[in-house]
Design a protein around this ligand. Structure first.
Ligand SMILES: NC(=O)c1ccc[n+]([C@@H]2O[C@H](COP(=O)([O-])OP(=O)(O)OC[C@H]3O[C@@H](n4cnc5c(N)ncnc54)[C@H](OP(=O)(O)O)[C@@H]3O)[C@@H](O)[C@H]2O)c1
Length: 339
C-alpha cells in the first residue's frame, strides 16, 4: 500500500512510501481509507523551525473515512463493508478527555499514525459508523472540525443567539449545527464573498471583521444591546476580549481557537458580565456518535471547498497553509467516492 509519512516538519518532509498492509489482531479492524481531510492544526506539522516535530516518521492527518475490509476474531462493533471514521483521540470513549491523552500521545496523526494512507488498522473501540447520508469525502471531514463544533454548540437551545467567528472548518460546522438546532446565528469573516456564501448556508446576520474592527459592538446592536447567548470562539487571544464583550450577561464563550500568539485577557468583563469561558477540546467517541445521529436526522452535509488526488496531497497542505476557501479540503485516497 502507499502511505505518506512526515519525516520532518516541512512540506519536503512529507514523503510517500510503499509499505506492507498491516496484519490485524483479534480486536482490530482493517479499513480501506477512501478520503482524508485537513485542519488548521495540520499546518503546524509543516511549519519548519516553528513547527511540531513528531518523535518518529508519522502518517499525517487525524481525519479520514473508509470502508471496513477485514475484522479480527473478537470484533463485535463492525462487519466488513461498514463505512467508518476514526475517533481523533483514539482512547477517549466518553466523559472528559483522559489525562494521559492531553499530550496527544493517542491522537491520530500525532502520537499515532493518521489517515493519509491507503489502509490503516484500528482498534475497534477507536472507530465510529459514518452517518448514512454522507459520502466518504463528507465523512472524512468529521473527526476534528465537526466533533469540535458539536462539542461547542450541542447544548444550544432553539431561539438562542450564537456568534461564530470566521468561516473555517469548525465555524461552518458550528453554523450548520446551530441552525439545525433552531438558533439565531451571526457570523464574522474577513471576506464579503465568504459572508455571501454563509448567507446561502442560512446564517441570519453577517459582519466583516476587517472593515468593521468593532464587530462586538455590531453584535450588541443586532441583539438589542443584550449580546449573544453563545460565542463559538475559533480564533483565540486576538479576539477573545471582543468575544467576551459580545456575550450577554451569563453568556457562554466556547473557546476552541488556538491561533497564536498567546495573550493576556482582562478578567473584569468576565466577572462583570458573569460570563462562562469554556475550553473545548475536540470530543469523545460518544459525542462523535451523538453528532452523527444528529447529522443523519437533520440530513446535514459538510461543505467541501477543494478536492485533491492522493498523489497531490502536498498541494492540499499548501492550500490549507494559504487558508481554505469556504469549506473543508479533502484528499481522495482511492479515487472519488460516493455515498
Ligand atoms: N480545541 C480543539 O480541540 C480544536 C479543534 C479543532 C480546531 N481547533 C482550532 O480552531 C481554530 C480553527 O480551526 P479550523 O480548522 O476551523 O481552521 P480553518 O478551517 O483553517 O479556518 C480558519 C479561519 O479562521 C478565521 N479567522 C482568522 N482570524 C480571524 C479573526 N481575527 N476573526 C474571525 N475569524 C478569523 C478565518 O475566517 P475568514 O477566512 O472567514 O476570515 C479562517 O478561515 C484553529 O485555531 C484550530 O487550531 C481547536
Amino acid at each position: 500500500m502507499r502511505a505518506y509519512r512526515l519525516v520532518a516538519p516541512t512540506l519536503d518532509g512529507l514523503q510517500m512510501n510503499t509499505e506492507k498492509i498491516p496484519e490485524i489482531a483479534p480486536n482490530e479492524v482493517l479499513v480501506k481509507l477512501h478520503a482524508a481531510s485537513l485542519n488548521y492544526k495540520d499546518t503546524f506539522y509543516i511549519a519548519g523551525d516553528k513547527g511540531i516535530q513528531l518523535p518518529r516518521p508519522t502518517v499525517p492527518l487525524s481525519d479520514g473515512a473508509g470502508e471496513v475490509v477485514a475484522v479480527g476474531s473478537s470484533v463485535d462493533r463492525f462487519v466488513p463493508s461498514d463505512h467508518v471514521a476514526g475517533v481523533l483521540v483514539q482512547d477517549w470513549l466518553y466523559g472528559p478527555i483522559p489525562v494521559h491523552a492531553l499530550n496527544s500521545s493517542t491522537s491520530l496523526g500525532h502520537g499515532l499514525d493518521g489517515n493519509l494512507t491507503e489502509y490503516r488498522v484500528f482498534n475497534q473501540e477507536g472507530l465510529v459508523q459514518l452517518p448514512k447520508n454522507l459520502s466518504y469525502e463528507e465523512g472524512a471531514t468529521l473527526p476534528c472540525a465537526a466533533v469540535t463544533a458539536w462539542n461547542a454548540v450541542r447544548d444550544i437551545r432553539s431561539s438562542q443567539t450564537v456568534l461564530i467567528l470566521g468561516t473555517g472548518g469548525v465555524a461552518l460546522f458550528a453554523l450548520q449545527f446551530a441552525k439545525a438546532l433552531g438558533a439565531k446565528t451571526i457570523i464574522t469573516s474577513s471576506s464579503d464573498a465568504k459572508l455571501a456564501r454563509a448567507i446561502e448556508v442560512g446564517v441570519d446576520h453577517v459582519i466583516n471583521y476587517r472593515s468593521n474592527p468593532d464587530w462586538h459592538k455590531t453584535v450588541r446592536d443586532l441583539t438589542e444591546g443584550m449580546g449573544v447567548d453563545h460565542v463559538v470562539e475559533t480564533v483565540g487571544s486576538n479576539t477573545l476580549e471582543q468575544s467576551i464583550l459580545a456575550a450577554r450577561i451569563e453568556g457562554m464563550v466556547h473557546l476552541v481557537g488556538i491561533v497564536p500568539p498567546a495573550g493576556k485577557i482582562d478578567p473584569m468583563p468576565v466577572i462583570f458580565g458573569a460570563i462562562t469561558v469554556r475550553g473545548v477540546r475536540v470530543g469523545s467517541r460518544q459525542l462523535f456518535e451523538e453528532m452523527n445521529a444528529f447529522i443523519e436526522r437533520k440530513n446535514i452535509h459538510p461543505i467541501i471547498s477543494q478536492r485533491f488526488a492522493f498523489e497531490d496531497a502536498k498541494s492540499a497542505f499548501i492550500q490549507q497553509l494559504n487558508g481554505p476557501d469556504f469549506g473543508k479540503i479533502v484528499v481522495n485516497i482511492h479515487g472519488v467516492s460516493g455515498v
